[in-house]
Design a protein around this ligand. Structure first.
Ligand code: DQA
Length: 144
């Protein structure tokens, strides 16, 4: 069964209580369960992780590169400024791994600082604005 790493950046562990009008009422546990179950339906095995630590997130990208695993990444606020994370993500495509950048909200409809992603240019594709369904759409795409 093909494995997919689903990686989440800072503050996403707070889903459900964090700005529910923006991010919805599903908790992080709900997100993990939805991704795990959708992956199973698609014949994939999802390993879902969250960290507030940029270095840890980068080390997980390195792990995906070394193990040749596709990645679904919600970089959270790192989206907008982490060149270190972008450099790690650029190595994924060089290793023939797909990278789908996902967002729960639509950053383009929000504050101006959220309009730029330093990750998108090195991603295979981007899915934003569909709540936690953004992750499920990304899984469907990886399975196709
Ligand atoms: C987010 C959007 C980012 O701008 C924000 O910093 C997040 C979550 C989203 O999923 O909508 O933490 O990536």
């Amino acid at each position: 069964m093909a494995k997919v790493l689903i990686l989440n950046g800072p503050n996403l562990s707070r889903l459900g209580s964090r700005e529910p009008e923006v991010y919805g009422s599903a908790s992080y546990t709900d997100l993990v369960n939805a991704c795990t179950s959708k992956a199973q339906d698609l014949g994939l095995s999802a390993d879902v992780r969250q960290t507030n630590d940029e270095a840890e997130l980068i080390s997980w990208i390195h792990e995906a590169i070394d193990s040749k695993i596709d990645v679904i990444l919600n970089p959270a606020a790192f989206t907008h400024y982490s060149y270190a994370l972008r450099d790690a993500c650029a190595m994924l495509s060089a290793a023939d791994c797909k990278l789908i950048e996902v967002h729960i909200s639509n950053p383009h409809s929000r504050e101006e600082f959220r309009h730029n992603s330093v990750i998108s240019a090195v991603a295979t594709g981007v899915i934003a604005g569909f709540g936690i369904d953004s992750y499920l759409l990304a899984l469907t795409q990886l399975a196709s």
